[in-house]
Design a protein around this ligand. Structure first.
Ligand code: TPW
Ligand code: MG
Length: 540
């Protein structure tokens, strides 16, 4: 076995199922081994941000490793934003980068793709990954790879591996996966006792499920736990899509002033708020009507549990959930929770289309044809996604990068084989929409709903006086054929309905529905968000 094969086998053994990438001369040697060894399938895309987003989404949807393979410098540095997004949102993304061979720095010449020093790239990635290694020693490589991949899974954060191009084919031993460190059982028991005591004394306990629940594959267990405890469950904005396929007492998505009043009231009046795997960020909590006192919550995140004023370090989420399940009687409680209702029954008339109409149309579509996983970009499309029935969703709800939706949708289809629905704004589509041109080669056939308001509308809501938020009127539907898919422009609700019916019936090619939305027309959820934020700012 050579070093690259050893790495690929280890990736597979740690849960990776495919690789997304773009090669370059520093990467050609290890790409050759990826292709010829056939250990993991390789999907090449067009632009490195798309590679990073697709790999990230493949990790998010399956709860395993996502792999992005690039070349040194121009390739890897082009992916910084995607890796930063994965870091912020705790997605276990493995970055493979080619690198200069050992002797190459001795030539006395600066090397192409070099930024400042040959080590600059390594240093830059150090800031946005939780572990790194340059595989410049074939004897040490198996242990180094084992450590880095273990860090990736344990912390659910990106890691960086640089492969000098003269190392790729050196003989190398197999990677022996690291054994997880034992958890302190006394601390675990004490912590679980304390949590259960708090929850049992709370008048209205609420469990808020965050992204770590999916990252660590705990959805079914968390659903069982909430049933046994008889405790209502919500997700955060970022956690939307969690527990969609589980039998959990899921009330809805907490969005403070932008959300449904029932959910907001439930969370903000709770005296036992259990934040399970929830990132404590502004998009989740800054919109609170009544500020949530974090000191009174129970927080399990980043391998720690904080209750009131003290912290139990080194308690992995999986161990915590397992022990709680073991301690709670295995009988489901009989109780009911209010469930957020979603609009159905689009009136297919000649009226212009609002984002909320799109949500209604998607609800009708899924009711008739079954649920589809969704990849959403940033923008009003993500707020609109909150009006769609609970289904698997990947989106940059916290880091909020544009350009995620389309490549993430491709990542979903590659990783699951399921046909995805992609929600994307025109501004975001201008960034990475062109990745759709790769669908034909791989047989991917996502349905893309493009919210075309000829505008950076989200920005306009914050600063209506600026004309730079006006975009041109691009005819994206026209462009679809050139990229190997079908495109249609829709201007009315009846056109939207027939386009969706046709798209769902046409498999094997991507279906782009370019939806005209008048400038200034927002989804009901974004309108509530804007009004709420303005109200909160006025109070401050
Ligand atoms: C990579 C800043 C946040 S929202 C937005 C911008 C420019 C406008 C989005 O326009 P789009 O959607 O896609 O047409 P909509 O519904 O608002 O009309 N660069 C990156 N990410 C972010 N978040 C920005 C800029 C931004
Ligand atoms: Mg727009």
């Amino acid at each position: 076995m050579n070093l690259t094969e050893s790495l690929l086998q280890a990736l597979k053994a740690h849960g990776a199922r495919q690789i997304f990438g773009i090669p370059g001369d520093f990467a050609l040697p290890y790409f050759r081994i990826i292709e010829e060894s056939k250990i993991l399938p390789l999907y090449t895309l067009s632009h490195e941000p798309g590679v990073g987003f697709a790999a990230d989404a493949s990790a998010r949807i399956n709860g395993g490793l996502g792999v992005a393979a690039v070349t040194y410098g121009a390739g890897a540095l082009n992916m910084i934003n995607s890796v930063a997004a994965a870091f912020a949102e705790k997605s276990p993304l493995v970055i493979l980068s080619g690198g200069p061979g050992k002797g190459e720095s001795r030539s006395g010449l600066l090397l192409h793709h070099q930024a400042k020093t040959l080590d600059s790239q390594f240093q830059i990635f150090k800031e946005i990954t939780c572990d790194q290694v340059r595989l410049d020693d074939a004897v040490r490589a198996p242990a180094d790879i084992a450590r880095v991949l273990a860090s990736c899974l344990r912390k659910s954060e990106p890691v960086y591996l640089e492969i000098p191009r003269d190392m790729v084919a050196l003989p190398c031993g197999p990677v022996v996966p690291e054994v997880a460190l034992p958890t302190d059982q006394d601390a675990l028991n004490a912590c679980v006792d304390e949590i259960l005591d708090r929850l049992s004394h709370a008048r209205s306990p609420v469990l808020m499920a965050g992204v770590e629940v999916r990252r660590y594959g705990l959805e079914a267990k968390v659903a069982a736990l909430s049933r046994r405890l008889g405790i209502a469950v919500v997700t955060s904005f970022m956690g939307r899509g969690l527990l969609a396929d589980q039998d959990a007492p899921l009330v809805g998505t907490y969005m403070g002033v932008a959300g449904f009043p029932e959910v907001t009231h439930l969370v903000e009046s709770s005296d036992g708020l259990f934040l399970l795997g929830e990132i404590i960020c502004d998009t989740n909590f800054a919109v609170s009507e009544t500020k949530i006192d974090m000191r009174k919550t129970i927080q399990a995140l980043d391998g720690r549990v904080t209750i009131g004023y003290h912290t139990y370090p080194q308690l992995p989420l999986a161990a915590l959930v397992d022990r709680m399940l073991a301690c709670v009687v295995a009988d489901d409680k009989v109780f009911s929770v209010p469930r957020q209702a979603f609009a159905h029954g689009l009136v297919a008339d000649s009226a212009t289309i609002t984002p909320t109409d799109i949500a209604t149309a998607v609800n009708d579509l899924m009711a008739e044809h079954g649920k589809m996983p969704i990849a959403s970009d940033m923008g009003d499309c993500l707020f609109t996604a909150m009006e769609i029935e609970h289904t698997a969703l990947v989106a940059p709800g916290y880091y909020a990068t544009m350009g995620f939706g389309v490549p993430a949708g491709l990542g979903l289809q590659a990783a699951t084989g399921q046909r995805p629905l992609i929600l994307v704004g025109d501004g975001a589509f201008q960034m990475t929409g062109w990745e759709l041109g790769n669908c034909k080669r791989y047989g991917w056939d996502p349905i893309v709903l493009l919210f075309n308001n000829a505008s950076w509308e989200m920005l306009r809501t914050f600063q209506p006086e600026s004309s730079f938020n006006d975009l041109g009127h691009w005819d994206f539907a026209e462009m679809a054929a050139g990229m190997g898919g079908d495109g249609v422009r829709v201007n009315t609700r009846s056109e939207l309905k027939s386009a969706l019916d046709k798209a769902i019936a046409t498999c094997g090619r991507f279906q782009l529905i370019d939806v005209t939305i008048p400038r200034g027309v927002l989804s009901a959820t974004l309108a509530r968000f804007v009004a709420g934020v303005k109200r909160l700012n006025a109070i401050k």
